[in-house]
Design a binder for this molecule. Structure first.
Ligand code: MN
Length: 303
């Protein structure tokens, strides 16, 4: 299934199909063969889909610890509500960033007023040890830096690139960017040699160093690269993620990123007992139940 191209050294991992409620998703991270890329530890791709009366995104309140959730849309809208009382209505090109720290609960839904489209990605960033028990926070970024490279436009989601810096809160060396191609000419992006990187094609055809990148696949390109030479068909889009290799061993279960099984069990118990996380008062309906702890490996995150 996964293959490493001997010439380029690119490791290509097809995403796994799963579902979140009624929405079909492709899970690119974590995979058994690759758990993380820098601090990025979760990548779900959903859509594009069109809808009329139903509400495709409806993730009831659920808890998180030890991570940041990064919500990014190519089309459509999502409204976030959390146990701090924050509401974040997000449109395509905007960023909802939730820093769970010690603990927070949130819901994500298609808002009542919507465009009838949904197309996006949901990512998680693991927080390093010194920050993972900090107080939770939520930030909505209505606009992000854009870098015009003529053949393509780069939107800097998190981290810095080409002299621009995203305002998104970050706690370890990280980069996240969306590259939208306008014309099929190669562009070159400088990379930090000490960061590892991966690419995920969001739309259209994208090539790296004249090698076409399969869709629905995480392409891990490793570290020790000075630059990235890529090209894309008109209106194609690519997601670049990367960062300093994460030095701590993480334990992931359901929506928790921790270090030990005991921390996971405690967070689960706190959710069941209505401790620690607070309530998402803005959500109409029941919250998600914690899965059985015996289902340790397959517990499906609610993203
Ligand atoms: Mn979530």
């Amino acid at each position: 299934m996964n293959e490493t191209d001997p010439q380029s050294g690119i490791e290509s991992l097809p995403a796994r199909q799963t579902e979140l409620g009624s929405v079909k998703i492709l899970r690119a991270l974590p995979r058994r063969q690759r758990r993380m890329v820098g601090p990025w530890c979760f990548l779900d791709r959903y859509g594009p889909l069109n809808f009329t009366s139903e509400k495709p995104m409806d993730v009831a309140p659920h808890p998180h610890i030890g991570l940041q959730t990064v919500s990014w849309l190519l089309q459509g809208e999502i409204v976030h509500n959390d146990s701090l009382g924050c509401e974040g209505l997000m449109h395509a090109g905007q960023l909802n960033l939730m820093t769970s720290g010690w603990g927070i609960a949130h819901s994500e839904e298609t808002p009542r007023q919507n465009s009838g489209t949904l197309n996006g990605v949901q990512l998680w960033v693991a927080l390093p040890g010194e920050y993972r028990n900090m107080p939770p926070s939520f930030d909505h970024y209505a606009s992000l830096p854009k870098i015009d490279l003529t053949a393509a436009e780069v939107t800097l989601i998190i981290g810095d690139l080409l002299g621009q810096a995203s305002p998104a809160k970050m706690f370890s060396g990280i980069i996240g960017a969306e590259i939208a191609f306008h014309e099929p000419k190669p562009i070159q992006l400088p990379l930090r040699r000490d960061y590892e990187h991966a690419l995920f094609v969001l739309e259209g055809d994208v090539s790296m160093e004249d090698r076409r990148l399969d869709g629905d696949t995480l392409h891990y390109i490793g570290a020790q690269r000075d630059e990235l030479r890529i090209s894309g068909s008109r209106a194609s889009r690519l997601l670049l993620i990367g960062g300093e290799p994460f030095r701590e061993r993480v334990v992931m279960w359901w929506n928790f990123v921790a270090r030990t099984d005991e921390e996971i069990a405690q967070a689960r118990q706190d959710w069941i007992e209505h401790q620690r996380f607070g309530e998402v008062k803005a959500y109409k309906g029941p919250r998600l139940l914690a899965p059985d702890l015996r289902k340790y490996a397959p517990a499906n995150p609610a993203s």
